[in-house]
Design a protein around this ligand. Structure first.
Ligand code: SAM
Length: 289
């Protein structure tokens, strides 16, 4: 990580969502704006969303709406699986994904592979509410490494793999390849589940199609599910889903019983939302080959 923090004069962050579509977020305070070893990292305050972390000018996490994204990428696969012990997170440098996973007492070990130490350091310094102690949990094994190389080389097996990466540009690009997904399939236990951050289909449909095509070749159950996160603008966000088990078909009473047994308080996830999230509108289901 390079130099000392260089707060800039507050103004507006213009996040380009697409060639001709952007969203603007007002900055009231800029806490940090500089280059890490891998990407441009900015942390600033916005009156509506609280503290915001961007990487290469793309919103990664906000204090106010991250709960939707983190609850849906963790509780859906873990409660669908029903007996997840070992979980792998690829990316997730802000610690929010690890926080939600670690709420499950049934989870005994979480490996988190994040390429950029700067994201972890600044999330600990400026976004502590998002990780909320996750980095200090003895069950967490944090490794600073490229997730693609880790997945290629690991001999470990995981019940749930969560790809909480940036979009397929820059360091995140390798996490959207058939090679990476093939290694991930090998690293899953027999009924293991992989879920992936797959962007907003209305603007990033090709990404979802690519992941689904790869998952169809690897898993008997390849699909996606949805949640709407306000700062991931452009409509509902898609999460890729792949497994050779039958977890997607866990019925509502089973999910309800598991959720109640977990004693986890949520602000977005419910078993009914879990099941409904897999109902896809035609404009999105048409993106699945
Ligand atoms: N919620 C965000 C989203 O939906 O785009 C993701 C947030 S999380 C901060 C994304 C993390 O992925 C970043 O910390 C980034 O450094 C990490 N990352 C990107 N490429 C990676 C790679 N090849 N291996 C491991 N981590 C990677």
């Amino acid at each position: 990580m390079t130099d000392t923090p260089q707060p800039k004069t507050p103004g507006w962050t213009i996040e380009k969502l697409h060639a001709d579509h952007a969203q603007a977020l007002r900055e009231t305070i800029v806490h940090y704006d500089s280059q890490t070893d891998h990407q441009r990292l900015r942390v600033f305050e916005n009156p509506t969303f609280g503290r915001i972390l961007t990487l290469d000018d793309v919103v990664q996490v906000t204090e106010r709406d991250n709960f939707i994204y983190h609850e849906m990428l963790t509780h859906v696969p873990i409660l669908a699986h029903g007996a997840a012990r070992r979980v792998l997170i690829i990316g997730g440098g802000d610690g929010g994904m690890a926080k939600e996973v670690l709420k499950h007492d049934s989870v005994s070990h979480v490996t988190m592979v994040e390429i950029d130490a700067g994201v972890v350091d600044f999330s600990k310094a400026y976004l502590l509410g998002i990780s909320d102690g996750a980095f200090d949990d003895p069950r967490l094994d944090l490794q600073i490494a490229d997730g693609a190389i880790f997945m290629r080389d690991t001999t470990d097996r995981f019940d749930v793999i969560i790809v909480d990466s940036t979009d397929p540009a820059g360091p995140g690009e390798v996490l959207f390849t058939e090679g990476f997904y093939g290694h991930a399939a090998r690293a899953l236990t027999e009924d293991g589940i992989i879920v992936t951050q797959n962007g907003v289909p209305f603007l990033q449909g090709d990404e979802l199609t690519g992941t689904m095509r790869a998952f169809q070749a690897l898993f008997s159950d390849a699909s996606c599910y949805l949640a709407t996160v306000p700062t991931y603008a452009g409509g509902p966000m898609a999460f890729g889903w792949g497994t050779n088990g039958t977890a997607r078909h866990a019925d509502l009473s089973t999910l309800q019983a598991r959720f109640e047994a977990s004693s986890i308080a949520t602000d977005y996830y419910t078993p009914a939302i879990h099941q409904a999230a897999f109902a896809l509108p035609p404009y999105i289901s048409r993106l699945i080959p």
